[in-house]
Unconditional design. Sequence first.
Length: 326
Amino acid sequence: MSVLVTGGAGYIGSVIGERLAELVPRVVVLDNLAQGHRAAVSERATFVAGDIADRCLVEEIIRHHQVTAVVHLAAESGIERSMSDPSLFFRENVFKGMALLDAMLACEVDRIVFSSSAAVYGEPRSTPITEDHPQDPVSPYGESKRAFERILDWYHQAHPLRYVALRYFSAAGASSRFGEDHDPESHLVPLVLETALGRRDHVDIFGTDYDTADGTCVRDFVHVADLAEAHILALEALGRIESGAYNLGSGDGHSILEVIETARRVTGRPIPTVNAPRRSGDPAVLVASPARAKKELGWQPKHQDLQEIVQSAWDWHRAHPNGYGS
């Protein structure tokens, strides 16, 4: 097997590429480095700088490296940013994704695992969220992920294309080598840890009046190493399961304040906070039911404890206080 990982120089892609390189003969990472980092690519993988919209390049990579499957993570992310620039998200996450699919079909590559998101659900009507929960995104980011899932299904119906869409809940943590480094940073755990390191003055808490136990948003945090294992299992399962979507989460929710308090215990440092207004597009509670992924993919998360997740991220941030620029 030879696997192409788009967006493999990003946070989640780096850990997936690292794990894949341990298991398959050839891993090729394609990333335009707009958000990724060259240093985040395993030395056991082949790196190509480029964009998934460059169909000629993608076809050349597929043919030259005899690619048999694609793990597609290249995308714009960030709910808040998508609210102010929706065109960017639809261009990057939908139209460029279609160019990738067309290149795959031209080269007769018929398997793809897609990095989707719990943002496809919008404000949940019930929790934990199952895959058949109604989809009503409240942000262009979530809408772009839902749109590409639907495109995948139409391509699947029209062509010999098999796919799995993995709907991540809140990815967090780090491997021993690769961690989270965005510019600008918008994810809670790295923001909290950067504050612990003194790189930020405080952590903004966006909304303290939600209908939750402590008034702050509740999220389902899943370790990035467990996400990587789910992609491996999805690739292996594509020949025996029906194409479709799977939730990836722990099944447990933790509030923003819980995460901050956990980080204080892990780091032993004060982490100042400032209450701020709610952000547009933020549901109050997002907690997964991972039952389908466990049953059909055989996925068994190994790092579900919040303190372990935060500890792994803290270890990485201490070793890389300036991210990949350290």
